[in-house]
Design a protein around this ligand. Structure first.
Ligand SMILES: CC(=O)SCCNC(=O)CCNC(=O)[C@H](O)C(C)(C)COP(=O)(O)OP(=O)(O)OC[C@H]1O[C@@H](n2cnc3c(N)ncnc32)[C@H](O)[C@@H]1OP(=O)(O)O
Length: 404
């Protein structure tokens, strides 16, 4: 087996490492024309490559942004993306070595948290990431589905030209704000790859809602034709990629718009919040089917003390957590969590868990009771899971809503 080194990539290695990623994800090598448009979104900063001599065989990437945590604050976060190993070099520890370098870098820079979306759920638990927020896939039947008359959906929806969309949507996303735990900031480098290219190429359309205080919601969607020789009357499907609204009225108006488009047989939306009440907003809730509920955001506490101190908690007696972290061993220790915050302690533990399970608890989706039943939390005080449920779970389901 050939030896490899892991190190930060240089400016000159940006494109060759991007190609390694594309090979790992089964996409074509990047063309000159495409690189000219997306290259700036693949800066050398915060990337670790694995190299055999000067040839890249693996890459892990991240960018710094902010994450909304329970209680309304945002914390600095490393958003991990662009992970891949050349197909002929997998299962020999390349990712493990790159993850170790990346985690050490996050810790050295004082990052409290890291997040990612996992291509496969088996990959990241071993590196301390836990599935922290879920998303549901909806299929809404057209033309049957209609918003119930009691649903307030005022204001106006207008389609933007690609030029308007590229200019206006980043500011609108910022103004709407990170209003759910799990939402993240979208730095400048996120937009060209994830939003602008499909909008400029015409693959996606962008509609904006205006309410009494101006623009307050948007939807980015693709129109996928279903018409076939043997089914000439099949309508198109609207595929919703990105839908954000500052208030329920704007959200309802955007859905009303999507359900009003002619020659459409269905509206599909993946990774919507699990508690988005779309079905309940329809005259017949069966017209919105939940096809799947999947893991959305994975979270890793990098500095456990700072992460725990950064969010708020519900009202219950405190619990002492014994946390084990096999990579960032300085995190291993006991932490008291109560209504007035969290801190390290020498007190005996009520619950013991690995750091990936703490990642699952952190945003408030999973309860300690469920995690204990699943064997992920070792219960030392039988009353502690109930207290931890009151402290950690949130009223609003956490949701990321940004593909990265
Ligand atoms: C955040 C994101 O960007 S998600 C995108 C992730 N990238 C992809 O899915 C692209 C395709 N896959 C790949 O490039 C590679 O298979 C990677 C990056 C997932 C894994 O890289 P590798 O170098 O093979 O991982 P490495 O050899 O360090 O594996 C460490 C352990 O994880 C296991 N593992 C790693 N990937 C997988 C997988 N996809 N399925 C099952 N087990 C896996 C290995 O078997 C190994 O287990 P062990 O310690 O018990 O022996």
């Amino acid at each position: 087996m050939t030896a490899f080194d892991v190190r930060p990539i240089t400016e000159e290695e940006r494109r060759s490492t991007f190609d390694v990623l594309r090979r790992a994800l089964h996409t074509q090598r990047v063309t000159d024309e495409r690189w000219a448009r997306v290259g700036e979104s693949w800066p050398a900063a915060h990337k670790f490559g694995a190299f055999e001599g000067s040839s890249p065989i693996g890459i892990v990437s991240s960018y710094d942004t902010e994450l909304a945590v329970p209680g309304g604050r945002t914390l600095p976060v490393a958003a991990v993306e662009g992970v891949g190993v050349r197909p002929d070099r997998t299962r020999r520890g390349v990712l493990t070595a790159m993850m170790a370098a990346q985690l050490a870098d996050f810790a050295a820079r004082g990052m409290p948290l890291a997040v990612l979306h996992a291509s496969e759920p088996t990959i990241y638990g071993r590196f301390g990431y836990g599935s922290a927020a879920l998303g549901k896939t909806l299929r809404v039947a057209r033309p049957a589905a209609r918003l119930h008359e009691r649903v307030a959906a005022g204001g106006e929806v207008r389609l933007l030209s690609p030029e308007e969309a590229v200019k206006e949507i980043p500011g609108l996303y910022r103004r709407i704000g990170l209003h759910r735990p799990g939402m993240i900031g979208r730095p400048e480098q996120w937009w060209p790859i994830s939003h602008d290219r499909p909008v400029v190429d015409g693959e996606h359309l962008v509609a904006v809602h205006s309410g009494p205080d101006g623009d307050d919601g948007f939807v980015v969607y693709a129109t996928v034709s279903r018409r076939r020789f043997e089914a000439p009357d099949d309508g198109a499907v609207l595929d919703v990629h990105d839908l954000h609204a500052a208030n329920p009225r704007a959200r309802a108006a955007l859905w009303r718009y999507l359900l009003s488009v002619d020659l459409v047989s269905g509206v599909h939306a993946r990774f919507r919040p699990v508690d988005e009440p779309l079905a309940l907003m329809l005259t017949d809730h069966r017209h919105a089917a939940t096809l799947a509920v999947e893991d959305d955001l994975w979270l890793r506490p990098v500095d456990v003390a700072a992460a725990l101190a950064g969010r708020t908690y519900g009202t219950a007696g405190p619990v002492v957590l014994a946390v084990t972290d096999r990579q960032l061993t300085a995190n291993t220790g006991h932490y008291e969590v109560g209504p007035d915050g969290a801190r390290r302690t020498d007190a005996a533990a009520d619950l013991a868990l690995d750091v990936d399970t703490l990642g699952m608890l952190y945003l408030g989706h999973w309860s300690a009771t469920t995690l204990a039943e699943a064997g992920r939390v070792d219960v030392r005080d039988p009353a502690a899971p109930g207290r931890a449920d009151e402290l950690f779970t949130t009223r609003t389901a956490p949701w990321c809503g940004t593909h990265f």
